[in-house]
Design a protein around this ligand. Structure first.
Ligand SMILES: NC(=O)c1ccc[n+]([C@@H]2O[C@H](COP(=O)([O-])OP(=O)(O)OC[C@H]3O[C@@H](n4cnc5c(N)ncnc54)[C@H](OP(=O)(O)O)[C@@H]3O)[C@@H](O)[C@H]2O)c1
Length: 327
């Protein structure tokens, strides 16, 4: 069987090094399934993996992409599960952006029926990361405050929605606050502040010293400002560095305010926790998608053949949501 796949043979700028190519897909053997791509999503980590700067790289040549959903279209001999027609997570390895992929049927993660396809395609990286951060770094209860920079990202939306569901208030820093203010407020954001106008003292006052947990997606000046607004014995967790600068932490806050600086990598969390724990996290995410807690906007949908155009769009600033890929 022939398949179109998004392949890169060197590390570099994603919209230059990734090309749609035709590859051969072998017949599925016993215990294997063929999954057809329905919807995939482009994340910043894909750009890092293709660019060669990510924490884990694929040997070249590589099929790019890590997240999305597909349909089981064929099973190997004596293989019954998941049934043909089931919707499953696109196996992230060796690479998700391929029309067809042969994989181990027993390792496929099935997606509950009846959920919106775009949301399911985004369910496996950003929502679990937001959930793990809220569950694993300090105990935030009703009336506590959470702060994040880069709040206009998909992950930022999920964090706001999860906080809202738990009665946790949120401060949301972003570089284009006016563009996304009303959308963020409509999903439950309490404070939306432009990163350029952020006043740590004012935010500390407004939150009554109850800012317990910070999420740093961006780096640069905004995380220094975030730290200055935190309450005593707070934690700031870094998950991304979109600015690309080394982060400058104001020393006195570590000493006098007992601030803890931590990092989190979902990729590693999945590899270091049991399959049942990971499955339980996905279960909670699907529940939140099903009951309408989690929603994130889609900017555009491109055909897999147009992968370079999709990647160019994903690399642009001020998108209005995720760039998706379909076949
Ligand atoms: N460590 C982990 O396990 C983990 C897991 C998931 C995600 N992440 C990280 O979480 C972050 C968000 O991921 P995502 O998929 O939700 O992102 P996304 O939806 O693709 O959005 C990226 C966001 O970053 C903002 N941004 C980019 N460069 C910026 C800059 N220099 N200054 C301020 N804002 C900037 C963009 O703002 P504009 O709208 O203004 O362009 C956009 O809102 C990324 O850093 C990602 O790598 C980490």
């Amino acid at each position: 069987m022939k398949s179109i796949a998004a392949i890169h043979r060197s590390y570099g700028k994603a919209d230059e090094v990734v090309h749609a190519e035709t590859i051969d897909i072998p017949n599925p053997q016993k215990g294997q399934a063929i999954v057809k791509l329905l919807r995939a999503v482009i994340n910043p980590s894909d750009l890092g993996m293709i660019g060669g700067s990510y924490g884990r790289l694929r040997p070249l040549p590589a099929v790019a992409g890590r997240e999305g959903v597909g349909e089981v279209v064929e099973l190997g001999p004596d293989t019954e599960y998941p049934k043909v027609g089931s919707i499953v997570r696109l196996p992230p390895e060796p690479g998700a952006w391929t029309q067809y992929q042969v994989c181990q049927a027993g390792e496929l993660v099935e997606v509950p029926k009846g959920l919106p396809l775009d949301m399911c395609a985004m369910a496996f990286i950003n929502p679990p990361t937001a959930l793990c951060i809220l569950d694993n770094f300090g105990e935030l209860g009703e009336g506590d405050w959470f702060i994040q920079n880069g709040a206009g990202s998909a992950l930022g939306y999920f964090a706001v929605q999860m906080c809202k569901a738990r009665g946790i208030k949120t401060v949301n820093m972003l570089r284009n606050a006016e563009k996304k203010r009303s959308e963020l407020e409509s999903i439950g954001a309490d404070l939306v502040v432009d990163e350029a106008e952020f006043n740590p003292k004012a935010v500390k006052e407004k939150t009554g010293g109850k800012l317990k947990l910070g999420l740093n997606q961006i780096g640069g000046e905004s995380v220094s400002n975030m730290i200055k607004a935190m309450g005593d014995s707070a934690t700031v967790v870094t998950i991304g560095g979109m600015v690309g600068d080394p982060i400058r932490f104001p020393t006195r806050f570590l000493i006098f305010n007992d601030l803890a600086l931590r990092g989190f990598w979902w990729d590693k969390w999945q590899r270091t926790h049991s399959k049942d724990r990971v499955k339980a996290v996905y279960g909670k995410i699907f529940e939140m998608i099903g009951n309408g807690t989690l929603k994130a906007p889609v900017d555009s949908v491109f055909k897999l053949e147009d992968i370079q155009k999709a990647l160019s769009r994903a690399m642009e600033n001020s998108r209005s949501g995720k760039v998706m890929i379909e076949f």
